[in-house]
Design a protein around this ligand. Sequence first.
Ligand code: PLP
Length: 390
Amino acid sequence: MIDGNRYLKDEIKSLPPSGIRRFFDLASHMEGVISLGVGEPDFVTPWHIREACFYSLERGYTMYTANPGLIELREEIAKYQHRWQNLSYDPEHEVLVTVGVSEANDLALRVLLNPGDEVLIPEPSYVSYVPCAVMAGGTPVILETVAEHEFRLTREELEKKITPRSKVLILTYPNNPTGGIMGREDLQALVDLVIANDLIVISDEIYGELTYEGKHVSMATLPGMRDRTIVLNGFSKAFAMTGWRIGYACGNRDIIAAMNKLHQYTMLCAPIMAQMAALEALRNGEAEMRRMVEDYDYRRRLILKGLKDIGLPSFEPRGAFYVFPSISVTGMSSIEFSERLINEEKVAVVPGDAFGSSGEGFVRCCYASSVDHIEKALERMGAFVARHHV
Ligand code: PLP
């Protein structure tokens, strides 16, 4: 057998595997594990959305669609962004339907970055941005965020890290893994720097609908920002549709056209059955989505209080479905804490350092799990902390 590794390009060889996967794998090989690890809704996709897919198959919709997606879906996305964020996009030229936000993020980075262009990435961050930036030929530049500021990106930190090579700023609010959000004033504080330095913002708003206090604010709604922000969103989290692999990008028509060009050569189009389901989600799915969000909100309060009571305090996460408590009372690193917790108490969480070194000292707990599971996990974690309190 030949050594396939010899043929791989250098960047792929040096990419570390995702630190999240490691814990999924550990959890899946153990009996009786309660997982607060996976960042995925525990709801099944609402029935009427699944049904729309069945009917579309019954009617014979099994073919390719237009590369940027069904025009009806792009129109619904434009209408949705308008009623939700008061943003106007031309469905013909400013909306692209993708295979999840994952594809949209990759396309955006690949069409924007020349070798050596810098991508500013607030950390702790979702695990895909750094690898995708590297594979697109860019240079990731990490912006630190801290618990004392509820992991918001501050103007000072952005200003410190901007250089003449800076080209893209990635914003993910509500945030994975911290659950932190950026309100209008927080975003406004960055705007003149973004404009003065001619940056493009990739705004990953996949958790936007999961905002528990007030309403999500998109960077694209701030004056001067619509045309330099590529809004990414999708159906995975808010509509409990992770497996359907469907998302979208909205923004400047030249950038969207370039993303579509790459999309047509790589994906061709998103699957038609997922597009039909997404259409139903936007047309008739908002009430059910709001019910799921209310449910997450209940669990959010439950886990936040529970973690505080057992000595793992966290700032109050106002979005997504994650809590990011400090584990400093145990004196352990986040890897040690997570490994010992799963081995000793069979609870899976994700070590904070899987999201970059700014995540060290914290663990990510996903509360998109049943109340019963959350309560049992808290009990076990309480016993663990009581034993290992330093
Ligand atoms: N962006 C963030 C911040 C995420 O947390 C995730 C999934 O966990 C994704 C994107 C992936 O989204 P999709 O399922 O639409 O590809």
